[in-house]
Ligand binder design. Structure first.
Ligand code: 5GP
Length: 116
């Protein structure tokens, strides 16, 4: 059996987290180390390790990550002012948790993209 990821344990309630959204195979919870006033991780319940491992069969749930992002941004009152969505993939992006997730960051001016 595949090893449970940290995020699977959060999704299953084995590790506590501040869950803000749960719908259609997607769960979202606040990042434990927030980098912005709003920092939510949007995670497919299916433990896809990262973008390199996504398959055609995952297309529906991947679309649902964006629908969740839109709904959570509205919920958090950051939709109008804007926000940033980030998916880190692999070593150069400093991916720490190998369970695909989208960061939703907002609540203040986030500056330009990434450091050069
Ligand atoms: P990555 O670098 O893989 O894109 O992001 C992983 C994120 O997961 C980091 O921002 C980190 O703060 C967050 N994180 C790591 N462990 C936990 C945890 O136990 N609970 C929550 N809520 N977030 C976590």
């Amino acid at each position: 059996m595949a090893e449970e990821t940290l995020f699977t344990k959060i999704i299953n309630g084995e590790i506590p987290a501040d869950i803000v959204y749960r719908e259609g195979g997607v769960t979202a919870f606040r990042d434990i180390n927030p980098r912005a006033p709003t920092h939510v991780l949007i995670v497919p319940d299916k433990p896809i390790p990262g973008v390199n491992e996504v398959a055609e069969a995952d297309a529906e749930v991947l679309g649902k990550l964006f629908l969740a992002a839109k709904k959570i941004a509205e919920q958090e009152n950051i939709a109008a002012d804007g926000y940033r969505l980030i998916i880190n993939c692999g070593k150069n992006a400093h991916q720490e948790v190998f369970h695909l997730h989208m960061h939703l960051l907002g609540g203040h001016d986030l500056g330009c993209m990434v450091a050069a």
